[in-house]
Structure formats: structure tokens, C-alpha cells
Design a binder for this molecule. Sequence first.
Ligand code: ZN
Length: 536
Amino acid sequence: MRLGAAYYPERFKPEQWESDYKKMQDAGITTIRISEFAWSRLEPREGEFHWEWLDKSIALAEQSGIQVIMCTPTAAPPIWLVEKYKEVLPVNDKGERAVFGKRQHRCYSSEKYWEYSERIVEELAKRYGNHPNVITWQLDNEFGGERQRCYCENCEKAFQKYLEEKYRDIDELNDRWGNFFWSEDYQNFQQIRVPLEINAQLWTKYNPSLELDFWRFSSRNIVNYSNFQAALIRKHTSVPITTNTDPFYYGDTVNIFELFKNLDIAAVDVYSESLYEIGFYSDINRSMKESGKFLMTEFGVNNCNQYEVMDQLNNSGCELLSFFAMNAFPWGQEQGTHGLLTLTGEPTKNYRVTKKWHEDNKAKEQLFTSKYKVGIYYDFESSWTYSIASWGGETSKWIYPIYVLHTVYKSVFEKQGHVKFIYQPDDIKDVELLIVPKHIIYNKQLEGALARFVENGGKLVATDDIFKKNEDNVFLTYMPGIYNDIFGWEGKSFIDLKEESTKFVISEKTSGKGKAWIVRSDAGLEGWKELFEQII
Ligand SMILES: [Zn+2]
């Protein structure tokens, strides 16, 4: 496992660069992530590019044996851009437009944002695409983070277009969404509004079918923008392209499986001391690609168990562990964030831990093998459906990921270690036990794949809410065949937990060479642990 660090030469005097690079080398840090957020220093005025500082800092890094992950700076549009084109700034669900002064202040439907992104990304790629010391490209920063869904006029028009392409006929949309309910029938696609939370006097929610399509649209908007940047860079380089995600920290806002489809390697930012939580983020990301490898692009450096974490990551397919950050920052929104060096440039305890770990491990090989016993099926659309169904509170967006991480994953990880995450029916293979938690959205292809998995000898555990709604976020009015055929549920209605005993296992059945269980989704860790004692 290589070691790296986020480094921001634009924030320090050039005299400091060489000494910082030397300290990196001494600790075994041989990669830096660079130019993330540097748009205003790369293009301080429209069309005026300043490359000298970046050229020089990269050259100095090369002389010090440090390679570079080049980041596109588009998560921080400069003031001249947002002053000239207000439409670049996103609008929140109260209809209020953001003002300059934070980050991720961009609307993914703004043509001007795309146009100016195209220029800065392409100029950067032209200049450094073939640079021998640039080994990877990172797009933007934490897509779907602070900027999630945008409710501006351009997004509304794009959402209407998305719906028109999907449904073609407005009556098809009216029927599928059930718009006869409360007289919500639309006459044309241009009448459909984004779900703004304006007019607080009307204390109710929007149609959950509209909401789910808006979440799909918003995620796709981000994925399209990411693909657009990747295509621009690919014209000028053949090195791998990634983006650093921060999944679940902000809720499941973007479908990261879709996001990484068109990128070469998955990457994740993690701020945690919990070994199972770090295991979860590692497994979520490693499972994105056949290679079983991933990058940890950011890892907070104020942990008390860093050596242990480094061991765990080294054994879990992590190709690069990049610390956040090399230096502590005296200014800005991240002032007070720990670095491997203190504000005065002195090594911290975790700098010494990093150095020690590197010295202990530089001659060893990584131990990870991608053999799994257990898989967990992760479904972003089911996650969104749960967020939409909740009635408020910031934590409500976490319902699905919290359950999968702190209950299901934790109980498996503590019993037998790493897990393969599966994101599509065709990838159900190479595991003995498959857990399908809270997959509320029905998927015919998945139903068939799960049945075949059990018939062929797999063990399958699902929660009581499996396949209760269709893809339009409407409850089903029939029972999918898998309930009886595979899980042995003999009821004629979906499972109502209030009518069941408190036992964790609600039904079980042996089919073909395998076996399947339906379990309570409202039970805690103990239920899962007891079941795994018997079946893993
Ligand atoms: Zn917008």
C-alpha cells in the first residue's frame, strides 16, 4: 500500500514546499493530491491562466521522488464566474439561491458551469495529461456532498425533460404515479415542478413517485457531469481517472456505483476510528471494480489507532492511503483540522506512526485476496425511497445506510471479516451467503437472480420489507412469487411486523440446494449475530 497526503502548494510559500516534500519522503509518503479547489489561483480572471506555481511545485515534487494525483478544481467556482453568471449558484429546497463563500456552490444543470468547467479541465489536462509525474487524475471533490439536489429553474427544466424522455406520454406518468389522488393529474410535462418546500402552510409532502424520480434525476445529473469531465481528460492522458467520494456522510445522495462505472478506480474519503466502519467503506468501494482495488483518498489523521487502521487497510485491497492532510491549516473553513505536521511544521504523533508503519511494512506484500463468503446487496433506489418516506429530521436521510452499516455489516464483519457488496443482479456470484437488507423496490431481474442463487446452493437472508414497492415508489398490490417459492412465506399479504411474533426469523425455506430466510428489519445486532452463528 502506497502512502500519500493531500497537499496544497497554493496555500504555502514556495520556500516551504521543498521542506514539506522532504518530510513526506522521510515518512514514506510518495504521492500527493494537488490542485483540488485551486480554480481561483489557476484562473484568477476569466481566461487568464497561471500555471507557474503548479509547474514548479510538481517539478519539485518529482525531484523529491513524490508523484502526483492531479485534481480538477471545479468544486470551488471562483467569484468572477458566479458574479457574471448567477445561474452557476444552486438553489435550495426553500427556493433560496446560494451566495459565494463556501464550496460546492454549483448547479449541475447550469450550461455556464459546464462551459467554464470544460475550459479549466481541458487546459489542465492539456498541460499535465502527459506529465510523467502525474500518475492519476481525480475529478472534482466529493460529488453529491454539500451540493446535492438543486431546485433552480434550469434544474426544473432539465427534470421536466428527463420525465418526458422517461414517460413519453403525460397520461402514462399520471397513471403510474397515481395522480388521480388529490386531483394531481398533469396536462403536460412543463407543469411539473421540482419538489420545493415552499409554502410551509401546506403541511404535507409531495407525491413519493415524483420525489423518487427527482432523486434519480439529481443523481444522474452528477454522474453525467462526472462523465463529461472524464471524457475531456481522456483526450489527453492514459493514466487512471477517479473521483473521491464521501458516501453516506451526507446520506446516499448519489449512486456511486453509477458514478464509478465510467471511471478506472474507486476512491473514498473516510474520517473514522471504528474498524468496522473503515471496513465498510473499504468494502463498498473495493466492490465497485473487478480488480478489487480502491484508493482511500482522504483519511483523517487525528486517530488514536492509526497503526491498526493502516494494517487493516493494507490487508483489504487499498492501493493508496492518502492522509488528510500533510499540514494543519491556520485559516479558512478547515482551520483546526489536524495535519501530519503541526501549524508550526513539526511532526505529530501520527506522523511518527506513519513513518514507523512504513518502515515495518515497506518490504512486505499486501495480504488481501478477494475471496468472500458473504455478500450484501446494496440498492441506492431503496435507500432513497426510505429517505423520501421519512417525515423530516436531518438524520432521516440515513435510515438505509445506517441500518446496513451499523447493524447488518457490523454483525458480519465482527464474525468473519470483509464482505462483497453487490449492486446489480448479474454480479450475484462468488458468495455463499447473500444478505438483501431493506430492498423495498421490486426488481423482476433481481427476483429471478435471487431464486437461482438459492436453487444453486446459496444462502439468502432478506428483511421483511423486500419487494413491497414498484419502481415508481408505489406499493405492490400482489405478492411477488419469491415470497412463497423461495422464502416460504405463506401469507396472502405483505408482512406486517405488528402481527408477527417478536422472533427474528419470520419464515425460512429450503429450495433446491440452498436455503432462504426472511428476518425482522426492526431487530438490532443481536438477532443478526445469532442467525450468523448458525449459518456462517
Ligand atoms: Zn440547478
